[in-house]
Design a protein around this ligand. Sequence first.
Ligand SMILES: NC(=O)C1=CN([C@@H]2O[C@H](COP(=O)(O)OP(=O)(O)OC[C@H]3O[C@@H](n4cnc5c(N)ncnc54)[C@H](OP(=O)(O)O)[C@@H]3O)[C@@H](O)[C@H]2O)[C@H](O)CC1
Ligand SMILES: [K+]
Length: 534
Amino acid sequence: MLSAWNASDVRAAEEPLLAAGVPLMERASFALATHVLRDVAARRGPVRGARVVVLAGAGNNGGDALHAGAVLAGRGLAVTAVLVAERFHVPGRAALERAGGRVVELFAAPAVLSAVVEEAARADALLDGLVGIGARGPLRSLAGDVVGAISGAVEGRTALEIAPTPSRGGAAPWVVAVDVPSGIGVDDGAVPGPVLAADRTVTFGAPKPGLLLPPAAALTGEVTVVDIGLRLDGPPAARQLEPVDVARSWPVPGPADHKYTRGVVGVVAGTATYPGAAVLTTTAAVRAGAGMVRYRGSEAVGRAVLAARPEVVTAAGRVQSWVVGPGVPGGPEAAHAGEDDGADDGQHERGRAGLAAAAGRLAGTAGGPVPAVVDAGGLGLLDDASPPWFVLTPHAGELTALLRSRGEDVRRPDVEAEPLRWAGRAHELTGATVLLKGGVTVVVGPGVAYAQADGPGWLATAGAGDVLAGVLGAMLAARSREVVERPALAAEVAAAAALVHGRAAHRANPGGPVAALDVAHAVPHEIAALVGGR
Ligand SMILES: NC(=O)C1=CN([C@@H]2O[C@H](COP(=O)(O)OP(=O)(O)OC[C@H]3O[C@@H](n4cnc5c(N)ncnc54)[C@H](OP(=O)(O)O)[C@@H]3O)[C@@H](O)[C@H]2O)[C@H](O)CC1
Ligand SMILES: [K+]
């Protein structure tokens, strides 16, 4: 698992070490230089004579970059450092000059900006040491100008690029961000202004949340964490599950297991208008290893489900997790406005009953509360307060509607710009765990946040959300009681489901388009690969 800490936690961890004279910057800059050398060697072969441009800001981030530049110059690379502020890291500059590096005082001669941009565009490697964890707001003055101009000049980059960097030809410089890509919101992943998209981010002590969270996560390239000896206690601000975490906690059945110990998923999904959602959700739950799947819906849709998955039962009975809402009309805004298009085929009533049972509010229900996945039309069926074992799975539009229905004056672009903040707000307002779907899926539960970036862009396709709901339903059913007893566990399981779903999409058709049903069919193979390695 990657655990990310806020800038203030990293500073607090640095303080005692700095007071004790531990050479943190030496450690950081040496490791940084090592990674740059390795990357340049991999791309170019011989490193001697390779051209490196170092963009250095006012603080210690610039210091790291200048010291790394000194190491590189000492190895025979041609290093030019560009100082953007009158204040700069004096020992770093001195070290670089001693090692034979050249310094351009851009702050003293802004007219040389175009020459700097030209040199940067022709470099083999570009080190972005403008600001690190000391960043406040969008890049200002010369730092902003230089990033804007270089981004415009370097093929394949735009100043506000938030799409993954396309693989570029040998001509463009390899961009290495020092600690973080300068200008991102270190704690929240915001992209408030120009940012130079990196090919690699070498980060010190621990990942920062902004490296995991959208939209900034698309600008980091590969993230390399360098251990400089910091001790970070306390809970991280954001986490990212890795395959090994999911493998370790997967409930692999043993000889004593039966369908009820493995978990029964109750699915309220689909209508005559959207029968496919019912097929996709139930198929995904079956394929993710549910002990049994019960479909609750109209007879006609039930027939379509059974034709696709004869393992599914349509009779009422015991359920260990509910999935309510895929392909069901309505949603937060419709419910808020009291709208009902009358085409829900009785799914609203079944969904309400499922959620009441899941919350433990249904008189005469045996077995007590169970987890629930609440998707699409199910989001309009929620009570004012939900338990944390309810996992809401909106996309940005649905989250916006949910927040607005609860009095927040927010628009979809706000949610897309600050997904962690708004998923967190929805968690506060509802009490439920919130999984916000997107290229990076953000999950917020009590005291925990996850950011998962496991799927290809191809996964943005109709029905993919229904498959995720089914996979998550099966995973929650398998750990039903535990999820109800441990408030933060639903978020971990939801993040794990996002990982399985994303990786299954890669597996379904590596590098190409995927259809939702293909993702569901790839799920068992992905699970086998995950648990086979443990
Ligand atoms: N302390 C250590 O020994 C280690 C530090 N590491 C590295 O240090 C940075 C954090 O360094 P710090 O000096 O605290 O902060 P920064 O370098 O990130 O930023 C400093 C100055 O940058 C200016 N600034 C801030 N925001 C902006 C902006 N939006 N646009 C332009 N400039 C900005 C500001 O200067 P002013 O003079 O303008 O006020 C800041 O003071 C950390 O990220 C590591 O890289 C290593 O970890 C090793 C140990
Ligand atoms: K930086």
